[in-house]
Design a protein around this ligand. Structure first.
Ligand SMILES: Nc1ncnc2c1ncn2[C@@H]1O[C@H](COP(=O)(O)OP(=O)(O)OP(=O)(O)O)[C@@H](O)[C@H]1O
Ligand SMILES: [Mg+2]
Length: 214
């Protein structure tokens, strides 16, 4: 039985997901929570090997193969890392999860949404996040940030139109799941984004306590 909390961070490349997730992990640990941080694709030895294929700039992949590789990595990740940690009562912070799959593989690459949802549910056994932080910002601003970082992976090589489609895909999901997805303006400074994220976290906890005491 699941006792912990599953929190995902989502959004386009360069939006600050990894930066803010590390800060949230510190924040939660300082408050006494047991936290594990992980990422997709990856998080397991098989998952990291699959990640290397998926992000390799030289690897041509059709969208069906791409979907199945992401989901193979996810199945292993959920089975061996996420579910056991949740059952042990940890807070699991995961850098990208099912929303990225819905956005990139369906809304952007064009695979049917029902197929992506059904295969995702097969991979996860129906496990989904309790809370998701969506880091949203103008792709032009994010490209400037990424430019400073150097070297691009296979997804980052796609052009601005692709990044705009990604942004609008995530915003569509946020509108569809307003109770789960908290959208943060990631165009602001790192500290401001962090403050907004922790305020949303505290609001989420307060609401959860209220529901549990009813
Ligand atoms: N709010 C911010 N303002 C300016 N720069 C930022 C901000 N947040 C993060 N950065 C910087 O932008 C770059 C991208 O941040 P980060 O790696 O956290 O993004 P990401 O969403 O994890 O990207 P990716 O999807 O490629 O892993 C880093 O160099 C980071 O230091
Ligand atoms: Mg990252």
């Amino acid at each position: 039985m699941k006792k912990g909390l599953f929190v995902t961070v989502e959004g386009p490349d360069g939006a600050g997901k990894t930066t803010q997730m590390a800060r949230l992990a510190d924040y939660l640990r300082c408050r006494g929570s047991r936290v594990i941080t992980t990422r997709e694709p990856g998080g397991t030895p098989a998952g990291e090997a699959i990640r290397a294929i998926l992000l390799s700039p030289d690897m041509a992949l059709g969208e069906r193969a791409e979907l199945l590789l992401y989901l193979a990595a996810r199945a292993e990740h959920v089975r061996t890392v996420v579910r056991p940690a949740l059952e042990a009562g940890h807070i699991v912070l995961c850098d990208r999860f099912c929303d990225s799959t819905l956005v990139y593989q369906s809304m952007v690459r064009g695979l049917p949404l029902e197929t992506v949802q059904a295969t995702n549910d097969f991979a996860t056994g129906g496990l989904g996040p309790d809370l998701t932080f969506l880091f949203d910002a103008d792709p032009v601003l994010l490209q400037a940030r990424m430019g400073k970082r150097g070297g691009q992976d296979r997804m980052e090589q796609e052009g601005l139109a692709f990044q705009q489609a990604v942004r609008s895909g995530f915003l569509t999901l946020a509108a569809r799941f307003p109770a789960r997805i908290v959208t943060l303006d990631a165009g602001r400074g790192e500290d401001e984004v962090f403050l907004a994220m922790t305020a949303a976290w505290e609001a989420f906890l307060a609401q959860k306590k209220e529901v549990e005491s009813e």
